[in-house]
Design a protein around this ligand. Structure first.
Ligand SMILES: *[C@@H]1O[C@H](CO)[C@@H](O)[C@H](O)[C@H]1NC(C)=O
Ligand SMILES: *[C@@H]1O[C@H](CO)[C@@H](O)[C@H](O)[C@H]1NC(C)=O
Ligand SMILES: *[C@@H]1O[C@H](CO)[C@@H](O)[C@H](O)[C@H]1NC(C)=O
Ligand SMILES: *[C@@H]1O[C@H](CO)[C@@H](O)[C@H](O)[C@H]1NC(C)=O
Ligand SMILES: *[C@@H]1O[C@H](CO)[C@@H](O)[C@H](O)[C@H]1NC(C)=O
Ligand SMILES: *[C@@H]1O[C@H](CO)[C@@H](O)[C@H](O)[C@H]1NC(C)=O
Length: 431
């Protein structure tokens, strides 16, 4: 029990340092107007972990605050670095369930939206890298628990640091439970994954309270699919104010394609026609999968080269391994992050990867038995025509080889699920 305060012997109240910090921040926040003008975001009064780490807190107001922080400031900054439809929601939940992790689901969405909508001319010329500076800037501020900073991108603009438009708020335990949401109470692992329950129950999101909740939890985990390559994160890994841990989640590109075809049928209409007719339409956009393969391979190769800037900061995780053996893989992820895997995480895994879970729904990270989770991870093999599979294998052959995914050489082999396409591989963290 490290959270909150409790009565000690002789009626004394003993408080954890985090609670004290929270209280100090709360009282400073009332007097100190800087917490409201969040532009000057890195000089607000509640940058505790972040500031104390640098040990350059000249402002005497900080000293008292910093004295409460443990000597080796323990805040971990975890980045779940993934690609669309690679199992990142499930993997994110493994982090979200930890009571001391402040988890945010795809905050970079707001940056992309803000720029995409600002002018139609810009929309046409934006490429995947155009927003990287803004992405990194937002990540840095979120790791510092400065939730006000994201107001620059949220539309409509928040009023009085309160918003109704926070993307996928319900995916974040911290944004739907005390102190942010007094109505929220404990979210049980079996709650349905309804995106609207949290705003309904909790009302608008007070970003000041969110910042305080973040500080009180101590560790921050962020999921994103919007950063193309791990090399794009180098400046963050080298930033002395951060202790960044990158979990690079990869998945078989053939499975990613099948999943995208199901989830985004408009964008993947040409592929669906191909799948249905067995003939490749001339207008099919192959880059919808080749750019994913290229990025995944580039990042994995960077990791395999073990550059100094990734030491202790990079772990490659195949989604298939996680689906087959969630408990052990989650343990590996937590060891890499330098955190204890709390019971709540274990309970969540047990409930959500077990056939006894309440309702097997379309919740795509709810599996039944271990054998069935293998089936889920490999269900693409029953959903894609052999012709498409062969084409993707040719386009992505290097990526498949690098990550240990076997090619199939006939339709029969594709459909034969007792023939596994996932080679046994061990990917050690970069040390
Ligand atoms: C951007 O524009 C789209 C379509 O016009 C709209 O649905 C969306 O809500 C807008 N997003 C923001 C953040 O304004
Ligand atoms: C948000 O929370 C802070 C801290 O508790 C409080 O001071 C502020 O009044 C709240 N904002 C609104 C609009 O309720
Ligand atoms: C699942 O349910 C079955 C029967 O209802 C029971 O025998 C089994 O022990 C349960 N398994 C777990 C892991 O709870
Ligand atoms: C591809 O076609 C098969 C039937 O030929 C269908 O069962 C499957 O759902 C289709 N896959 C996708 C991703 O649309
Ligand atoms: C992938 O295909 C290219 C072109 O066909 C070939 O040059 C390359 O050696 C292949 N890579 C692997 C790992 O098989
Ligand atoms: C399916 O694959 C397994 C394992 O490679 C093999 O033993 C079996 O003969 C295959 N079945 C068919 C029908 O090809």
């Amino acid at each position: 029990m490290r959270e909150g305060c409790r009565a000690g012997g002789g009626g004394r109240m003993e408080c954890s340092w985090k609670t004290v910090l929270l209280l100090v921040c709360a009282s400073l926040g009332v007097q100190y107007t800087a917490i409201r003008t969040l532009r000057d975001s890195l000089s607000g009064p509640c940058q505790g972990a972040y500031r104390c780490q640098t040990r350059h807190h000249r402002d005497s107001r900080w000293r008292a605050l910093c004295d409460w922080m443990p000597v080796d400031s323990p805040g971990k900054h975890i980045l779940l670095f993934a690609t669309t439809r690679s199992g990142s929601s499930f993997t994110g939940q493994l982090l979200n369930q930890h009571p001391e992790i402040f988890y945010v689901y795809e905050p970079l969405y707001h940056v992309q939206q803000a720029f995409t909508n600002s002018s139609s001319r810009l929309r046409r010329t934006l490429d995947r890298r155009a927003l990287l500076g803004a992405y990194r800037d937002l990540l840095l501020n979120l790791y510092a628990c400065d939730l006000h900073f994201i107001e620059n991108y949220i539309r409509p603009e928040p009023q009085d640091h309160v918003t109704n438009s926070f993307f996928r708020r319900s995916s974040s335990h911290a944004l739907c439970s005390p102190p942010v949401c007094l109505e929220g109470g404990e979210v049980t692992a079996s709650d349905p994954p309804d995106e609207s329950w949290c705003p309904k129950k909790c009302g608008a999101l007070n970003l000041t309270l969110a910042s305080m909740s973040c500080l009180s939890r101590g560790h921050v985990a962020i999921k994103t699919v919007r950063v193309p390559e791990v090399g794009d994160l180098r400046t963050l890994t080298e930033d002395p104010r951060l202790d960044l841990k990158i979990i690079h989640l990869v998945r078989d590109p053939r499975a990613i394609l099948a999943s995208r075809m199901m989830a985004f049928s408009d964008q993947f209409r040409a592929w669906k026609i191909w799948n249905a007719t067995g003939r490749q339409p001339r207008y099919v956009d192959l880059s919808q999968i080749t750019s994913t393969c290229k990025d995944m391979a580039a990042s994995a190769e960077t990791g395999l080269q073990r550059p100094a800037w990734l030491r202790g900061r990079y772990l490659l995780v195949r989604y298939e391994d996680l689906a087959l053996n969630p408990r052990d893989k989650a343990g590996e992820i937590y060891r890499f992050a330098g955190l204890e895997m709390e019971d709540r995480v274990r309970t969540w895994i047990a409930k959500n990867t077990n056939s006894n879970a309440s309702s097997p729904s379309e919740w795509n990270y709810r599996y039944s038995t271990t054998r069935d989770s293998r089936a889920t991870a490999e269900s693409w093999r029953l959903r894609l025509g052999y012709d498409i599979v062969r084409t993707v294998q040719n386009l992505c052959n290097d990526t498949l080889a690098l990550l240990g995914y076997k090619q199939v050489h006939s339709a029969a082999q594709l459909r034969n699920l007792s023939h596994s396409l996932v080679e046994h591989r061990t990917f050690q963290p970069v040390t």
